[in-house]
Design a protein around this ligand. Structure first.
Ligand SMILES: Cc1ncc(COP(=O)(O)O)c(C=O)c1O
Length: 389
């Protein structure tokens, strides 16, 4: 038989999936710190919109760009919440979750031989999509506090660089870019005639005084920025598969072609729920959610420090990325696999998130307080059984 696509053959099964497979075999007492979704689910005001759309038989194809009401609501959201004053309805497209927003972005920007730059560790799909679209992913290690190394990013820019990709608040580190870091990236993009991809799916998850800044709001960034977002994290709606993009008209027009010939649009009734989500987002009561998540975040930082991990306190998203104590002489792959086998607790090894985090774990605290407490007690037991603490 002839060989299948090399780009896909060479991409390994996601470490997160492998971990979940192991966890599934662990039975009911398994605890997952591996999951990238909230512990709350989609509220009724959103799914009522979907149910009503179903009753009205909105089950034929939707327009490839998305239904006009939703595109209008997306444009309003970008203007009001993200200060992207240049965005009109025509600058938007509805996608199958944040994941398809990323796929479309890579599809319209990449030519074979091009390069893209990101800071590692970073979200798993960015690396695989680069292979699928035959674009070289140039990784720049984050600094000790997980901030971007702007000088090194600048050094890595070449005539082949097509775009810089940022994700703030970040999965897996929880890092939130400061205003000066966003400005520095914007300057690099403008000085070197690049595009900037800004993945903002965690924009609502901010702690202390952290603020989210959309780089597309800077003067001159309208042609250069692709801003992507999704209902998944903010609205507890990972299963609805609804995301969206704001970008310049030529970019949106090319994305429309790609959607037409690949997925032929996004789930039609779900888009009516998404209109309600964006137009009535105050019903989510984000301050309450953030207060709850902030308590979980503080608890995890405290427990990890007690257990002698090295921790950078995250300011956003719902992840922490602690480093294993060097004295333990364990890799994160070993730690993660042994922990799930012995204590039935799943934490993802840092090796899933690029080249510079082989001694780190990603912990998601988007779970109940009881599970957090029990999970950390089991990690303590795991370390004590090995006389590591
Ligand atoms: C940074 C980041 N971007 C995009 C996505 C994809 O989101 P969705 O579930 O909407 O496809 C995720 C999901 O975990 C993510 O963490």
């Amino acid at each position: 038989m002839k060989e299948l696509s090399q780009a896909i053959l060479n991409s390994k099964k996601s470490k997160i999936r492998k971990l979940f497979d192991m966890l599934l075999q662990s039975g009911p007492e398994a605890i997952s710190f591996g999951i990238g979704q909230t512990d709350f689910t989609t509220p009724a005001f959103i799914y009522d919109g979907i149910i009503q759309a179903l009753r009205e038989h909105k089950t034929l194809y939707a327009p490839a760009l998305g239904i006009p009401q939703l595109r209008k609501a997306i444009a309003e959201k970008f203007r009001n919440e993200n200060q992207l004053s240049w965005i009109k309805t025509e600058n938007t497209i509805v996608t199958n979750g944040g994941s398809q927003a990323l796929t479309l972005t890579y599809a319209v920007l990449s030519n074979p031989g091009d390069e893209m730059i990101l800071s590692s560790p970073n979200f798993i799909s960015y690396y695989y999509l680069a292979d699928y679209f035959h674009i070289k992913c140039v990784e720049v290690p984050r600094q000790e506090d997980y901030s971007p190394n702007i000088e090194m990013i600048k050094e890595k820019i070449s005539s082949k660089t097509k775009f810089i990709l940022i994700n703030s608040p970040n999965n897996p580190t929880g890092y939130v870019y400061s205003e000066s870091e966003i400005k520095a990236i914007v300057d690099l993009v403008q000085d070197h005639d690049l595009y900037l991809v800004s993945d903002e799916v965690y924009e609502k998850f901010l702690y202390n005084r952290a603020v989210h800044i959309s780089p597309g709001s800077y003067p001159g960034m309208d042609e250069r920025t692709i801003t992507l977002n999704a209902l998944s994290k903010s609205f507890g709606a990972t299963g609805l598969r609804c995301g969206y993009i704001g970008a310049s008209l030529p970019i949106i027009q090319n994305m429309e072609k790609y959607i037409q010939y690949t997925t032929a649009g996004v789930n039609h009734p779900v888009q009516y729920g998404a209109v309600r989500a964006l137009k009535q987002s105050e019903k989510m009561n984000f301050p309450d959610i953030i207060e709850r998540y902030n308590k979980k975040r503080i608890f995890c930082v405290k427990r990890l420090r007690e257990l002698q991990f090295e921790v950078v306190e995250p300011q956003g998203a719902f992840y922490l990325m602690p480093k294993l104590n060097q004295a333990w002489k364990m890799t994160a792959d070993e730690f993660s696999e042994d922990l799930v086998k012995e204590q039935k607790v799943a934490c993802v090894s840092g090796t899933a998130f690029g080249s510079f985090s082989e001694n780190s774990l990603r912990i998601s605290y988007a779970t109940t307080d009881e599970k957090l407490e029990e999970g950390f007690n089991r990690i303590e037991k795991f370390l004590k059984n090995r006389n590591l603490i």
